[in-house]
Design a protein around this ligand. Sequence first.
Ligand code: 1GP
Length: 258
Amino acid sequence: MGVKDYLLKRIAEVGTIHMTLLDPDKVTVREFRELALMVQDYGSDALMVGGSLGISEGQLDEYLSAVKDSLKIPIILFPGSVANLSRYADAVFFLSVLNSADPYFIVGAQVQASVLLIKRFRNLEPISLAYIIVGDGGAVGYVSNARPIPYDRDDIALAYAYAAQLMGFDMIYLEAGSGAREPVRPRMVSKVKQLVSKPLIVGGGIRDPEKAAELALAGADAVVTGTIIEEKPELVKDIIKAVHDGGITRRRKELERN
Ligand code: 1GP
């Protein structure tokens, strides 16, 4: 089964999946391996690997080859640049920063990456992703020259997400930015989810189980956490459980309504 199909299957099973983002720039190879195995043990559904500034292909290979054979969950690249590809991953989020003011981040980098995917990384499964930056935006908002959507402008987020669906992206990501002071608001998630049927990923600034559960209940199909594993690793297990419990509760309510 491909990685996209696996993610869709897990979303169908638990309502909301949890994905862990690890940035190889912030940890050693050994820490990377320990954290990846830990989150797999805690029930995280996939490992996303990347960062806004990015590391070289050689370094990435070193990190990923250290975990590849021990991980059962898929490794999905979350590239900050075209240099962040590795044959040791299973898939790559082929992302377009839809609300960047710079066409390079909407389609330019993707054209460059396509050449690499066709010629050098044929084993990587591309999953197209509309990446929409909200609120704080964090480093990725700055680096990709995004015009972040204000936290309370659900209407603008919905318009971007619906456009992404019409354009045929596989998945949509509402991103407040790594380490954001405030995550995307549940109200925005639920407004987008009412009209958009593509899997909706939410991340950035999620630091506690309560917030993670709120986002799952609001309609997120996937919740991503990154920074918390560096700040308070003891919370990660509860966050993953909160995501799954929130998703299952939402799924039950949906079934009761229909
Ligand atoms: C960033 O959404 C992810 O791309 C994760 O954000 O590091 O704040 O958890 P945090």
